[in-house]
Ligand binder design. Sequence first.
Ligand SMILES: CC(C)(COP(=O)(O)OP(=O)(O)OC[C@H]1O[C@@H](n2cnc3c(N)ncnc32)[C@H](O)[C@@H]1OP(=O)(O)O)[C@@H](O)C(=O)NCCC(=O)NCCS
Length: 254
Amino acid sequence: MRFLSDVEPAQDLPEPLPGFVDRVLAGWQECRLSTRILLRGGRIQDLCKVQPGEERYFIQDAPQHRQREFSAGRRLAHQALAMIGADGTHLPRKPNGDVVWPPGVCGSLSHTEDFCLVAVANQSTRETGIACNIAGEDQILGIGIDIEKLDRLYFDDWQMLFSMQEMEMLEALPSEWQPRYATLIFSAKESYIKAIGGWNDAITDFCSLQTNWQIGTASPLIYPITETTFSLPRQVSWHVFVDSYVVTAICLTS
Ligand SMILES: CC(C)(COP(=O)(O)OP(=O)(O)OC[C@H]1O[C@@H](n2cnc3c(N)ncnc32)[C@H](O)[C@@H]1OP(=O)(O)O)[C@@H](O)C(=O)NCCC(=O)NCCS
């Protein structure tokens, strides 16, 4: 199987360098979403030590590394929710893996082996003192955040991840750019899936989604490939490349 990164000169992507989270958060501060959505990040090893009893139930049979990342994500989410004035002391897990956020709150989580990120927002307001400027007073319907290492995708996986149009766009790029932009589009699709609350009857795989994004034009927006009879939510997206990772976020608004 050919590794996507094989199209580049040989490389061995390093783990994030010191200050990784700070650099992600610095990128976030320049984004239109940042005034309404709180993004927090941290090292799993620093965050995974404390775990409320009820949440442990959801991963008690999982492998150790999974327990650590789950605990860290929940801990970070509790901190972020407290910062926006929401009560998030218990965050159950839905059967499909999504988090049960407190009423009136949207959020999303993502982890690497070492780090986790969480994004949270009050759905409708200025209550937290965080000014709203996504689009006036639009209600936030969903948030998705995702972090991916740039060497994660196999070239042979492209067909199950990308539409023909996306493949053509990626293949037209200089080979050294392909891994990073393929991973960016894949990550944006993951963020979109999280923002809509997971897979559904219409969005069953990555090829159910597409982007008409062009490099150099803001961040990828993701759309279902099938025609819909209802209007789609509006979308704001963001991405940043830091070290050998890309982080994407998508926010759906009314
Ligand atoms: C959620 C999903 C879309 C992405 O997860 P991921 O990128 O593998 O992992 P991340 O660390 O970024 O995100 C995991 C978090 O997403 C959240 N999540 C899980 N399922 C979710 C859902 N249905 N809706 C919204 N959020 C969800 C959870 O908070 C989870 O963390 P937690 O379990 O510790 O609470 C995953 O369910 C999925 O389907 N991945 C597809 C993987 C795949 O096919 N890859 C092919 C690569 S070739």
